[in-house]
Design a protein. Structure first.
Length: 263
């Protein structure tokens, strides 16, 4: 159960994302074991733990990306605003627009900057150029990229730097108005300056979105997250405010990881 702290934003009684007894299998391999986690709205939740502990597997279960993996199977409940996203009548494509994903390495399309940002709205059927231009500008502003690219929107996205490409991918995610943004180590392939810009952006984004980020960097988790969940060998060991996890964890395994005894 997550608790509020003085340096965290106020939370509502309704979790934005509510995970109950989540299990994920790859064939016979049990990757996530009975994980339960509540994520309040308008916060940054960091998922930490050693490599291969299940963080990314857990993250992908939150917007049904495992549906795309034939050998994967998901059991349990993941609720968005109280509604189970795995219910039989729920369209997974709709879920992936409401719960967007930003991957570890920037993956811009081989298109212009403009066409990258408005790709989602166009898929949804938007054809009005003025509307698309407004969406593009708004999304790039929110991704802290507009001032850097506003004079070259017709240029190839592949010509951008790595950090700019990652912010472009965030803008592309924002263009479809998600409610939750999942980030799988979004700065791991970036230099320190680009990483700092991504971190500043994440802190800004929580004003309008709920952000769940996988990170290998405990320093990054401490800098930008309000809540932290620790995973180990497929188990969600514990979750709490980031301050509590880093200063007074309840489980010795968490303390051992935080203190650098393993991982």
């Amino acid at each position: 159960m997550l608790t509020d702290s003085a340096d965290s934003p106020s939370v509502s009684t309704q979790a934005k994302v509510d995970v109950e007894r989540l299990n994920v299998y790859y064939g016979s391999f049990h990757a996530i074991k009975n994980a339960t986690l509540q994520v309040p709205p308008n916060c940054v939740m960091a998922l930490i733990g050693p490599s291969g502990c299940g963080k990314s597997t857990f993250l992908r279960a939150l917007n049904r990306m495992h549906d795309l993996t034939p050998a994967a199977r998901v059991e349990g409940k993941v609720a968005l605003d109280g509604a189970d996203i795995y219910a039989p009548d729920v369209d997974p494509v709709t879920i992936r627009y409401r719960i967007g994903m930003v991957f570890q390495r920037p993956n811009p399309f081989p298109k212009s900057i403009f066409d990258n940002v408005v790709y989602g709205p166009r898929i949804h059927g938007e054809r009005d150029r003025s509307v698309l231009a407004e969406i593009c500008e708004r999304s790039l502003h929110h991704a802290a990229l507009w001032d850097e690219v506003k004079d070259r929107l017709d240029s190839s996205a592949l010509a951008l730097s790595g950090g700019q490409q990652q912010r472009l991918c965030i803008a592309r995610c924002l263009a479809v108005d998600p409610e939750v943004i999942l980030m799988d180590e979004p700065a791991s392939a970036l230099d320190p300056i680009a990483t700092s810009k991504i971190e500043d952006l994440i802190v800004e984004l929580k004003k309008e979105y709920t952000v769940i980020i996988v990170t290998h960097s405990m320093q990054q988790a401490a800098r930008i997250s309000d809540h932290t969940a620790f995973f180990l060998l497929g188990d969600l060991v514990e979750s709490d405010t980031t301050g509590a996890i880093f200063t007074k964890p309840r489980d010795k395994r968490t303390e051992d990881y935080i203190s650098g005894r393993y991982g």
